[in-house]
Ligand binder design. Structure first.
Ligand code: GLU
Length: 479
């Protein structure tokens, strides 16, 4: 078993593409086969500097190590198509020799004229209907075209099932462009054969070209590999293909937002595949064990960022609980608010320990923890308009806070003592927990939510906590 991921370095890997890396990887690992990374860089107009590195970084981040490909090499090196030109030319010569390919001297404006004629007559444009009769010997600088042999074709696709077409869609496709480099259509067939790829797993955008590929395999005398077409990933509305316009971000953008690679691999693997159970959380090794081509669904799968973030929250909890705070902590680097820099790792670990179970992405640390590192801006509206507090007058609120300060002042500053002091305050003030605790919580943080109050107090420390309660007392008294 040999599978491959064959990206074109035309930009970043977006969510819609990366599944074409995950499934071949899982399959190869499961069957103890090989997973190849091949860089399809023959379209020089769309080539983007640095894209190959970005692709490799993304794969490594997801834990999809390739067995053959750039950097590590392999028996079929090189793995960049631009470095394999002589191989494509060798195969092209075979087609030329057998009369199955021809050099095309037709100028582009003439081709456009043919195309326009067809548009005007409302008939499909097929180049074979305009095949030049007098063709020169092929040399670099002239496009090389396939001489198609249209006929009905049947094939099997592991996901799409038994498929068939009539002759109408097969055409004289370009094999080698004017610049001497092959088209995707030709190069991937040659490479998959040279590299002994057994399973071609790719997106649905290639499905309509398969009849042309079948004709090429036949003309080249090659066995057709097992074809696996992945259904589209649909945008949030579920009725069209996910596009950059729907915010189809790069995989790396999610990494920078604090989505964990464990989540991303899990989420994308399950986008259009399931193992028939209700399980939602899969480790890398479980995916390898459970994956099967037969359970890839035929219809498009909807990309749902809310679900992705939910899953990330689950993974965060799981990893922190498995590894412990100290071991997980280095993965939070870079996600803290700037004000956290003034504090040591020990204090940040304390903050992380009480808040991690509320995070969806690590970048939430930036917005959700700043009050642990700097005094929040007092915004009395948050208190006065709070649904539990709006029935009290400012004087009453001041009184509750003063009672709280008085009680907490004499309390040992540990989680347990703080909890019992808070419970006693409930009795003496006769307030409900939602009332008293909202008041103290807002006065400490001015944030939409915070961890359990005793934990927040314990982490902030006596001095900071009391100073913040006093500042709010002063502000309310002067309001
Ligand atoms: N280079 C093609 C792409 O990036 C690969 C398609 C394939 O997997 O064969 O879409």
């Amino acid at each position: 078993m040999k599978t491959r991921f064959a990206p074109s370095p035309t930009g970043y890997i977006h969510i819609g593409n990366v599944r074409s890396a995950i499934y071949p990887y899982l399959l190869a690992k499961q069957k103890h086969g090989k997973f190849i990374l091949r860089i399809e860089d023959t379209d020089r107009e769309r080539y983007v500097e640095g894209a190959t590195e970005l692709i490799m970084d993304t794969l490594k981040w997801l834990g999809l190590d390739w067995d053959e490909g750039p950097v590590i090499g392999g028996p079929n090196a090189p793995y960049f198509q631009t470095e394999r030109k002589s191989i494509y030319h060798k195969w092209a010569q075979k087609l030329i020799a057998e009369g199955r390919a021809y050099a095309d001297p037709t100028a582009p404006d003439i081709i456009n004229k043919y195309r326009q004629e067809c548009t005007d007559k409302k008939i499909p444009f097929l180049y074979r209907n305009f095949r030049p009769t007098d063709t020169p010997e092929w040399h670099e600088g002239l496009p090389l075209r396939f001489k198609s042999d249209p006929k009905p074709r049947k094939w099997h696709d592991v996901v799409m099932g038994d498929l068939s077409v009539g002759s109408e869609v097969q055409d004289d496709i370009i094999l080698i462009k004017k610049d001497g480099l092959p088209t995707y259509n030709f190069a991937h067939i040659v490479d998959d054969a040279e590299m002994d790829v057994t399973h071609v797993i790719r997106g649905a955008e290639y499905l309509s070209s398969v009849p042309n590929y079948l004709a090429l395999y036949e003309a080249l005398g090659l066995e057709v590999p097992i074809l696996v077409t992945l259904p589209h990933i649909l945008g949030p509305t579920g009725n069209k293909k996910l596009s950059k316009r729907d915010g189809a971000k790069s995989v790396v953008d999610y990494r920078d937002d604090g989505v964990l690679p464990e989540t991303m691999l899990n989420y994308l693997a399950c986008l259009g595949w399931n193992d028939g159970t209700e399980q939602e959380i899969y480790t890398h090794d479980e995916l390898i064990e459970r994956f099967s081509l037969e359970r890839i669904q035929t219809s498009g799968a909807r990309f749902d960022e809310t679900k992705l973030l939910w899953l990330n929250g689950q993974w965060l909890r799981r990893l922190v609980e498995e590894q412990g705070i100290a071991q997980f902590y280095p993965r939070t680097e870079g996600f803290w608010p700037d004000s956290a820099k003034a504090y040591d790792a020990k204090y940040r670990q304390k903050v992380f320990a009480i808040i991690y179970d509320r995070l969806k992405a690590l970048s939430d640390l930036r917005t959700m923890t700043s009050y642990f590192f700097e005094d929040p801006n007092i915004d009395l509206k948050l208190i006065i308009d709070n649904k539990f507090l709006k029935k009290f007058s400012e004087n009453e609120l001041v009184d509750f806070l003063q009672q709280s300060v008085a009680k907490l002042q004499g309390t040992d500053w540990d989680e347990k003592s703080l909890q019992s002091a808070l419970n006693q305050l409930l009795e003496t003030t006769t307030l409900k927990p939602a009332e008293l605790f909202s008041l103290i919580r807002i006065a400490l943080s001015y944030a939409p939510f915070s961890p359990a109050l005793n934990l927040t107090l314990a982490t902030l420390g006596r001095e900071t906590s009391l100073a913040r309660l006093n500042s709010t007392i002063t502000a309310l008294a002067n309001a």
